[in-house]
Design a protein around this ligand. Structure first.
Ligand code: NDP
Length: 444
């Protein structure tokens, strides 16, 4: 067994019942074998063992009272994974599927993603198995206040700066920030994705979706190609999906399908994004309604069928493992040319292999969706300066960061003889900086 295999075997043994964490660690560590060969000193320093072990895991009870006066109890998590290059940074996810395995996989990915942005941010992630769906605004507030009552003692603008993720948008960040401020009595940049009236950055809302499209556009440009006239399928209809759709459409693409967790819509004339936004953002309704409102569009119950729709570009923007091997094969058979991940780990390991062996341009999440956290870091910079930049300034910086990440992962893949393998490129480029910082800081 080589060093990577030993670390992976130990990780699986010591962290049983955490399949998503095993999956992410396997994908990352396997592509770092070449780095370990070049740096034998890392094994002696136990670098990988330290890299896969969170610096701190916080788990807590979140009690709150529902509208019927009944006390509900959820689980709260914050995994402070790695602070070698900056304060922990990463979103909070509120979804019934949340457990320690999911938060740890997201946290591990986040370390490398944050490193790739080129900005000084470490990796962390958190959340709860709370389901915001169907809850009143008062119930959401009660939950967020209880969650922050515990979390506030562990975070701070120079320690750990959470943001949104699935189920945590502007409304939730507002309630969380309000409670932090009340308890700690400080109006600081302790959360990102804040509203524009209380410290938020312009373009943060759009950043992940826009960034995804900026990177894909750069990959296309390098091949003498563009979004113009391309058929695009996007999964999800939340924050990332909506702004990916908006930017792709503005570059001349036709987005023909989107979904929510119940089913997908297909509109051969091109999705009308204002209708999707009205349903999902304003009414917090179901995407099914789109087919009732737009002539020529259809709705199909269940999500998987979306990948059978022929397209040039697939942008999975909903959740982990939404593209399995079978779906990947269908996409390839139907002529997909680019797959760029807006969601975190939306492709299974087998799906990634399918794309790569078919020669598809595959841009992995930790690079392709890094625009969100990069803009969060720009929000932190603005908070520290007590100054705000215009939308155009932030958007231009975001675009440049995404272009830089693309070339960094492309170069890293080439440097290790794996031209076009952006999974390896992203893992290696992200890891190199973290490894150097960890080595410099001694055994901590
Ligand atoms: P949102 O909560 O805004 O939207 C999530 C979307 O995905 C919704 O349409 C939701 O459907 C759908 N969805 C969630 N779970 C499932 C599921 N199990 N099956 C099918 N559909 C599902 O989240 P975001 O857009 O913020 O996040 C989407 C992805 O992007 C996540 O993987 C997140 O980690 C990642 N990401 C987000 C960033 C950000 O800045 N927001 C930054 C980087 C990555 P429904 O409406 O029915 O719930």
């Amino acid at each position: 067994m080589n060093y990577v295999e030993k670390v992976l075997a130990k990780l699986k043994k010591q962290n049983p019942g955490e399949p998503e964490f095993h999956q992410a660690a396997t994908e990352i560590l396997t592509s770092l074998e070449v780095v370990m060969e070049k740096h034998p000193e890392y094994e002696k320093a136990g670098l990988l063992e330290r890299f896969v072990e969170p610096e701190r895991v916080i788990m807590f009870r979140v009690p709150w009272v529902d509208d019927k006066g009944k006390v509900q109890v959820n689980k709260g998590y914050r995994v402070q994974f790695n602070s070698a290059i900056g304060p922990y940074k990463g979103g909070l996810r509120f979804h019934p599927s949340v457990n320690l395995s999911i938060i740890k996989f997201l946290g591990l990915e986040q370390i490398l993603k944050n490193s790739l942005t080129g900005l000084p941010i470490g990796g962390g992630k958190g959340g709860s198995n709370f389901d915001p769906k169907g809850k009143s605004d008062r119930e959401i507030m009660a939950f967020c206040q209880s969650f922050m009552t515990e979390l506030q003692r562990h975070i701070g603008q120079d320690t750990d700066v959470p943001a949104g993720d699935i189920g945590v948008g502007g409304r939730e960040i507002g309630f969380l920030f309000g409670q932090y401020k009340k308890i700690r009595d400080e109006h600081v940049g302790v959360l990102t994705g804040r509203g524009l009236t209380y410290g938020g950055s312009l373009a943060r809302t759009e950043a992940t979706g826009y960034g995804l499209v900026y990177m894909t556009a750069e990959a296309m440009k390098m091949r003498g190609d563009s979004f113009e006239g391309k058929t695009v399928v996007i999964s999800g209809s939340g924050n990332v999906a909506i702004y990916a759709c908006q930017k792709a459409q503005s570059l001349g693409a036709k987005v023909v399908a989107m979904y929510d967790s119940n089913g997908y819509i297909y509109d051969p004339n091109g999705i009308q994004l204002d209708v999707v936004r009205d349903i999902k953002e304003v009414k917090r309704g179901r995407i099914k309604e789109y087919a009732e409102r737009v002539a020529g569009a259809t709705y199909t119950e269940g999500c998987k069928g979306i990948w059978a729709i022929p397209c040039d570009v697939a942008l999975p923007c909903a959740t982990q493992n939404e593209i399995d091997e079978e779906s990947a094969k269908l996409l390839v058979a139907n002529g997909v040319k680019y797959v760029a991940e807006g969601a975190n780990m939306p492709s299974t390991l087998k799906a990634i292999e399918t794309f790569q062996s078919a020669g598809i341009v595959f841009l992995p999440a930790k690079a392709a969706n890094a625009g969100g956290v990069a803009t969060s870091a720009l929000e932190m910079a603005q908070s520290s300066q007590r100054l705000f930049w215009t939308f155009e300034e932030v958007d231009a910086k975001l675009n440049q960061i995404m272009v830089n990440i693309y070339h960094n992962i492309d170069n890293a893949a080439k440097k290790y003889g794996m031209d076009g393998n952006y999974v390896a490129g992203a893992n290696i480029a992200g890891f190199e900086k973290v490894a150097e910082a960890m080595m410099a800081q001694g055994v901590v």
